[in-house]
Design a protein around this ligand. Structure first.
Ligand SMILES: [Fe+2]
Length: 404
């Protein structure tokens, strides 16, 4: 067995109804005064909102709220409607720090990946000098110190796995989409309550779920995968295989399906942090700053094409048998079927991904304004990360063109 290491993971509290543990968990962190970063859609349900407020009240915790998608003072914490920012923004992070008189004793993020990334970046920003943009990979010139305010992540979508990772992805539209990263920036606690995900809308459930599936598959096939990440990724794919369709089709009532996808998303975060990702995310990183396509939609639209082309390319290689047998294992896991030839099992994977994308009713990438010229720019700016096959720029362009 090759040597490998395991990045630190947060303390995990997992289960329907476990949100009631939030107060106790903050008390253990010594926090009586917390800043709560929310996605407005995550707390749109009046009962959910009241339940969260009650948890703070019962624990004697003072909470102030900020929306991840709006600058302080521009919109109230629970005001309906979309703020000006779609993704986690360094400008929002800087503005929240500037507008806060006293550093909070803890930060809680309740929402999707963007809210969690905003909370994670804030947990560092309160203790670093200057703008958070100065600490972004490939943009800034300073390295994060790793110092942070205690941070609790409460995901209300099952997708990015940000609740398990040490990086926050921050974007400035038409400029960059980059990570703030330090091993110590993993949340102190990930509180994953699938009950909070019942109100996640169908389209968002589908897109987020496809992001998690992409991350599990890319980490599993990664050139830097380990036996440890392989075990977790396969279990995550099996959970997603059982749970994706019911979570999309009856997500407002099927808490078991929500739990399956929440578990898959958590594992996807652990796996990507330790094994890396592949071509879909290598292109998504470049696309994120250039095209307003939601990350999960981009991943879900591209993944079946990338898997199909990977099978074709690796089948022509003499050293490809290990990758092909992993693709077949992923096909068995995601489809819950085990019979047939290696080839049939590999195609089970493609068929299942095509089916998931169809049920998700994903828009074409052209519906977000992506055209062939932009696809060319993304193909050139993107890369393959740790994908088991090195697609060249023309091949990456063809993959994008298929999803336009
Ligand atoms: Fe992703």
């Amino acid at each position: 067995m090759n040597p490998f290491s395991l990045a630190r993971t947060p303390e995990l509290i997992f289960g329907a109804g476990e949100i009631v543990c939030l107060g106790e968990c903050l008390s253990r962190l010594g926090a009586a005064d917390v800043l709560v970063v929310v996605s407005p859609s995550a707390v749109a349900d009046v009962e959910v909102r009241a339940g969260i407020a009650r948890v703070f009240e019962e624990a004697g915790i003072t909470a102030s709220y900020v929306r991840y998608d709006s600058l302080p003072g521009t919109l109230g914490p629970f005001e309906a409607g979309q703020g000006p920012y779609r993704e986690a923004s360094p400008d929002v992070v800087d503005a929240v720090v500037a507008a806060t008189d006293q550093c909070p004793q803890a930060i809680v993020a309740i929402g999707g990946g963007s809210a969690i990334d905003t909370g994670k970046a804030l947990s560092a920003a309160f203790l670093e000098e200057g703008s958070i943009t100065d600490y972004l990979e490939g943009v800034g010139t300073r390295a994060p110190s790793g110092r942070k305010v205690p941070f609790v992540a409460v995901p209300t979508t099952a997708g990015t796995g940000s609740e398990a990772t040490a990086n926050a992805v921050l974007s400035r539209q038409a400029a960059f989409k980059k990570s703030l990263r330090h091993a110590r920036l993993v949340p102190d606690v990930a509180l994953v309550d699938p009950g909070l995900q019942l109100s996640c809308p169908r389209a968002q459930t589908a897109a987020s779920g496809l992001d998690a599936i992409t991350q599990l598959l890319e980490a599993y096939l990664s050139r830097t995968a380990t036996p440890f990440t392989d075990a977790l990724a396969l279990d995550g794919l099996a959970a997603a295989g059982r749970s994706f369709l019911p979570a999309v089709e009856r997500g407002d009532s099927d808490v078991g399906a929500r739990a399956g996808m929440a578990y898959a998303a958590w594992l996807s975060g652990v796996c990507l942090a330790n094994a890396g990702l592949g071509t879909v995310h290598g292109l998504a990183g470049a696309a994120g700053a250039l095209a307003p396509v939601p990350h999960g939609v981009f991943c879900g639209a591209l993944l079946p094409h990338v898997v199909e082309r990977t099978i074709e390319a690796v089948s022509r290689r003499r050293d490809g048998s290990g990758v092909l047998s992993k693709i077949a294992a992923a096909g068995r896991a995601l489809s819950s079927q085990s019979g047939g030839s290696l080839e049939a099992q590999m195609h089970l994977l493609v068929d299942r991904l095509v089916e998931f994308a169809r049920v998700a009713d994903l828009p074409r990438l052209s519906e977000y304004g992506m055209d062939t010229a932009l696809a060319r720019v993304i193909a050139e700016a993107g890369n393959n990360k740790q994908h088991p096959h090195e697609f060249d720029v023309d091949e990456r362009y063809e993959l994008l063109e298929r999803a336009l």
